[in-house]
Design a protein around this ligand. Sequence first.
Ligand SMILES: Nc1ncnc2c1ncn2[C@@H]1O[C@H](COP(=O)(O)OP(=O)(O)O)[C@@H](O)[C@H]1O
Ligand SMILES: O=P(O)(O)OC[C@H](O)CO
Length: 503
Amino acid sequence: MKPTARQQYILALDQGTTSSRAIVFARDGGIVAAAQQEFTQHYPQAGWVEHDAREIWQTQLAVAQAVLRDNAIGASQIAAIGITNQRETTLLWDRLSGEPLQRAIVWQDRRTAGTCDALLRAGHAELFRQRTGLVIDAYFSGTKLKWLLDHTPGARQRAERGELAFGTIDSWLAWQLSGGRVHVTDASNASRTLLFDIRRQCWDEQLLALLDIPPAVLPQVVDSSGVITQIDSALLGAPIALAGIAGDQQAATFGQACLAPGMAKNTYGTGCFVLLNTGQQAMDSGQRMLATIGWRQLGQTTYLLEGSIFMAGATVQWLRDGLGLISSSDEIEALAASVPDSGGVYLVPAHAGLGAPYWDPYARAALLGMTRGSTRAHVARAALEAIAFQSADVLQAMETDAGNRLRELRVDGGAARNNLLLQFQADLLGVPVVRPQITETTALGAAYLAGLAVDFWHDEDELIALWRAERCFEPGMSDDQRATLLHGWRRAVGRCRHWVEAD
Ligand SMILES: Nc1ncnc2c1ncn2[C@@H]1O[C@H](COP(=O)(O)OP(=O)(O)O)[C@@H](O)[C@H]1O
Ligand SMILES: O=P(O)(O)OC[C@H](O)CO
């Protein structure tokens, strides 16, 4: 399918945890126009996080319409649409009315930690790991879906009768964009559910039975790059091809052109997500990293290793909102730079437990190593260093898994504009850290996947050539100093582990 001469752009819909965005990309990979809208976070109980799926769709549609209207771009100029989304967030809706049964349970929500404990006690960790590449954790969709089926009256029976649809946010957007005609997810999103066999590429009946999930509720799994449907022409004014879907971290890896085995990116947003390309084989991690599907094109799958860190930029937000130490996130860099080092202070940001490689929901945050000489500048510096320490833990585990040293780390996300953080990251890793010119890599990756499907871009070599570095941070720290800092960090983490006592 060739784009016509008028079709100069690709539209990416980037549905994130805190906002919905629509970005129009040109053939050179540059951003032509963008629109963004935040939406409501619901915290009905401690540890619970919910989103209203209707609000997600309303904001996503509104920004898609606005980015075209406000920039005088016609729908007929768009060659294809790509979706990228916050992953794992789980929703059930009625196939007939299209109405969600409850608010969506967000990836950060910890309400199913008890279900996960029970699965672990029953000895199922290895089964889930082998089939899905994941660890049993409340982060993933499977136990969230079970919770929705258990806690909505009549839902399981209705699901068995085929009346209900489960979806992550990509499924919900594809359903809405198609006017309720398609119920799909792509392989990268399916691989985050705890229900999908990443090697056989199918929903796993044994895992579905363990979580008591009726197969009739599941979406069809499609390629990440490929025409799925034409969108309802009433939405944007033309029946544009929906031609790509990928989870946001996998899309960012694609957008960073980490397309060859051994290439890695780290996104420094609310959390940090480090992903390493492992090629056409799912790697069996011995280090509690996640094996996950990167993208599937023409039935061929690229796998990634992932280390998910729950508190990164959110640590900076906590310094701002929780402690009042700074008044904006950007202020932290100058404050941290006002001291030469953290003066022995460590901040372990385990406010929501620890993700990879520790997977300890009972860890809690702590500030350690303070003396009478410690100041807010030391705490600010320790907060930035903690982001880099956590990323170094994950990358070291990945290098052990892969049996190779990393050559460079490509970075993006809101906190990646912090030069002090990136320099410390390079020092700690002992490899160059490279920030690209286009840091909207998530949306760019979704655009690339959609664009490849409609021949807007022709092959991956073309995308690799479009990637450009903006700045490279070279490592400058001695091996001894690095080892001393990492030793202190690991001692600090040790003090925070298993802090919350069960019962
Ligand atoms: N200059 C900065 N230094 C450190 N962190 C920052 C800076 N600017 C923004 N951040 C952090 O980056 C995060 C926002 O990044 P973003 O990529 O938009 O996140 P998300 O997509 O997860 O919502 C916030 O947590 C914020 O505290
Ligand atoms: O929406 P983000 O950028 O915070 O990303 C969330 C991740 O997809 C969660 O796995």
